[in-house]
Design a protein around this ligand. Sequence first.
Ligand SMILES: Cc1cc2nc3c(=O)[nH]c(=O)nc-3n(C[C@H](O)[C@H](O)[C@H](O)COP(=O)(O)OP(=O)(O)OC[C@H]3O[C@@H](n4cnc5c(N)ncnc54)[C@H](O)[C@@H]3O)c2cc1C
Length: 409
Amino acid sequence: MSQQPVIIVGGGMVGLSLALMLARQGIAIRLLEAVKYPENASGEPATYHSSFDARNTALSRRTVQIFSELGLWEKLSQHATPILQVNISEQGGFGKARLQAHEEKVESFGQVIENAWLGRVLLSEVRANANIELVDGIQVTSLQQDAGKVWVTAQRGSDQLQFQSSLLIAADGRDSFCRKALGIGVDEHDYQQVAIVTTVQTSKPHGQVAFERFSKNGPLALLPLPGITGQQDSYRRSVVWTVEKGSEQQWLGEHNDQQFLQALQHTYGNRAGEFTKTGKRFAYPLSQVLAHSQVSGRVVLMGNAAHTLHPVAGQGFNLCMRDAHVLTRYLSEQYQAGQDMGDNARLKHYEQARLSDQKRVIRFCDSVVRGFSNQNPLLKLARNTGLVAFDVIPGAKQLVATYAMGLKV
Ligand SMILES: Cc1cc2nc3c(=O)[nH]c(=O)nc-3n(C[C@H](O)[C@H](O)[C@H](O)COP(=O)(O)OP(=O)(O)OC[C@H]3O[C@@H](n4cnc5c(N)ncnc54)[C@H](O)[C@@H]3O)c2cc1C
């Protein structure tokens, strides 16, 4: 059976990664992305310089494994750094916990990569892949389907274009147009928090240690970043600081760099030495958005369109990659057998197969945020006792390490 290209709407980190996974199985893809990608983003390593103003992502070991299978890790790893230790603590509390990769008998808990680099490598691979037709600068504005096909109308400048296929994958983000067009509702929880994201430099090298510190403002994550080329140690760290919604202007604009660094120092203490430099700061409003269904007819929701999580435990993209990997297996089987890839019963099987991993990660992230947001003194005591216990109870660390590594798939 000859198949029309599978349509993917949305070329963010998930849409690009999924396109590469499917194309590797020989499946033809048409990727529609609203944003016009920069022409110069073909991304040769020699022209890349580490920046001080980009978002970063902690990739679990499982995600690294998936990128390795795709033949991309060698290139991606040029600007990634491993996490060898994770320290968890609470401001004003006595409990703390420490996870070490060598104790868990793994070479690292995962890798931190700059999104600018990840996006650049993915985009250049997509552009070079003969099985993928990339159509950027095009906005999908309507989606319809019947028993045999799904079709979208899209706007590109003054042109209106139509594309049809037997399968459409909607990777169009948290506010997914496709999800709304299908009438799929969501459970949404606004955490009333905003993540302030930046890159800082400290006087002590990070030694590949990641920190998660729970402050009264919200969790503060400090991740190790690759060093500046030519330097042996790296002093660069990624900051994801959760603050109360409404206070973000203070951190973005009202506070100058010096005031921001002082606030960071106050919250974090001296473990990293002195905070000496900060990059530009960005704000991301935080909510949890869970689609009531991830499959409708011939359409599958993927990435943030299916589930958007709080970034507290760095699980969102990693979970999406496991979804994409399993979907690729299902679709590849259909494709190899010459069967309809948009077959609803098969897509529903995929959805069922992913639910338990998704539910576990969603529950884990949500309970970490809610558990540490409460300032009730009894809860605080329980938390600190928990953190101390976590360091001494056999098995407790392994459980969290398994989450951090994303090895439960
Ligand atoms: C502060 C922060 C830190 C994070 N850190 C981590 C981490 O360390 N580890 C981790 O695993 N996860 C992390 N995450 C989560 C991770 O960033 C997301 O899971 C991931 O970015 C989701 O990507 P996506 O491609 O699904 O969505 P998006 O990045 O939103 O991409 C959607 C794409 O669809 C396009 N689009 C939208 N509408 C249309 C349309 N109508 N037509 C055509 N195209 C359209 C958009 O232009 C966009 O390119 C973090 C998130 C935040 C906010």
